[in-house]
Design a binder for this molecule. Structure first.
Ligand code: BEZ
Ligand code: FE
Length: 308
């Protein structure tokens, strides 16, 4: 792919938004410099065809010196750019369709319990939170049910904290994190305490940059997924709640068309029906995850069967 990809309207709009161009607040000189710097990084990614794994290896290295590098990659739009770049490369190879990919974010933890049936993700109480019920089907390109999929799902609690990254230390390990093993029919179901959106650490490096650009560091409430299945391409995605005030204004640009279901709220519960469509694996590595460094903790017990 040619570096002129960075000059396409979609990427130029992303650069404007990421640098706060058109926002009334912030420092105009800083906006111009950050925009150009971000564009230069994007051009390097395209020129050298930097892979997702290589990009995250570089971020992990830089984060040894500056811990918020991962958040800066999200806030400057570069993490979302990687998705658009991978989409464009797929298109060149005639690979398109299915549920859109979107950013993983830095908060996945390996080794969540592997469960079957209607999974309960939340082991901790979460006072005042609605119960989220999510159901759907995993299909392939022809609408066929995908057999033997594993759905990795993780989300924040109603205070916006993720287990293993919660500064209050109040959450049980793997709260709101499961791997759900599906059967032949491709159907999944889980329930959990409704997450809320969250912001980058107030006063931290990313927050200060966002403010200097006239922006904010908030994400809407969302649920993250990896969906993997034999013979299919592993999908990294998330749904963002369409009724969240930040649904159309995510600091990390993770919200994408097709990924914004609006929950239906009834008597203390919120319901979402959402189907995932996977692409067939064309290459051996299509079933693999990027080698991004991810948090690892002692593996939790496997294969409990959970029911509603
Ligand atoms: C997240 O969704 O977990 C996330 C994404 C980008 C930056 C920070 C967090
Ligand atoms: Fe998240």
């Amino acid at each position: 792919m040619d570096v002129s990809f960075v000059k396409t309207p979609e990427i130029q709009t992303l650069l404007d938004k990421a640098a706060g161009v058109g926002q009334s607040g912030g420092d105009p000189r800083l906006k111009a410099i950050v925009r150009e710097l971000t564009e230069a990084v994007m051009e390097v990614v395209v020129h050298h065809d930097v892979s997702e794994s290589e990009f995250w290896q570089a971020v992990t290295f830089l984060a040894e010196g500056a811990p918020e590098y991962g958040l800066l990659a999200a806030g400057t739009g570069i993490e979302h750019f990687l998705d658009l770049f991978m989409d464009a490369k797929d298109k060149e190879q005639g690979l398109s369709g299915g549920t859109p990919r979107t950013i993983e974010g830095p908060l996945y933890v390996e080794g969540a319990p592997l469960v079957e049936g209607n999974a309960n993700l939340s082991v901790d109480p979460d006072e005042g939170a609605e119960v989220l019920h999510m159901t759907g089907l995993i299909t392939g390109p022809q609408g066929e049910a995908v057999e033997d999929a594993i759905v990795h799902v993780w989300h924040a609690n109603s205070k916006g904290w993720y287990s293993h990254f919660d500064p209050t230390s109040e959450q049980t390990p793997f709260n709101n994190r499961r791997r759900i093993k599906l059967g032949k029919d491709g159907r999944y179901a889980f329930h959990s305490m409704m997450p809320s959106g969250y912001s980058v650490p107030p006063g931290g490096t990313t927050d200060r940059l966002m403010q200097a650009l006239g922006r904010h560091g908030n994400r809407p409430a969302h649920v993250h997924f990896f969906v993997e299945a034999p013979g299919y391409r592993t999908l990294t995605t998330q749904i963002n709640f369409g009724d969240d005030p930040f649904a159309a204004d995510d600091f990390a640009f993770g919200t994408r068309e097709g990924l914004l279901p609006v929950p239906s709220h009834q008597g203390g519960s919120a319901y979402i029906a959402f189907d995932f469509q996977l692409q067939r694996a064309a290459l051996k590595q299509d079933g693999e995850f990027s080698t991004r460094a991810r948090a690892q903790v002692d593996a939790a017990p496997s294969k409990q069967t959970e029911s509603a």
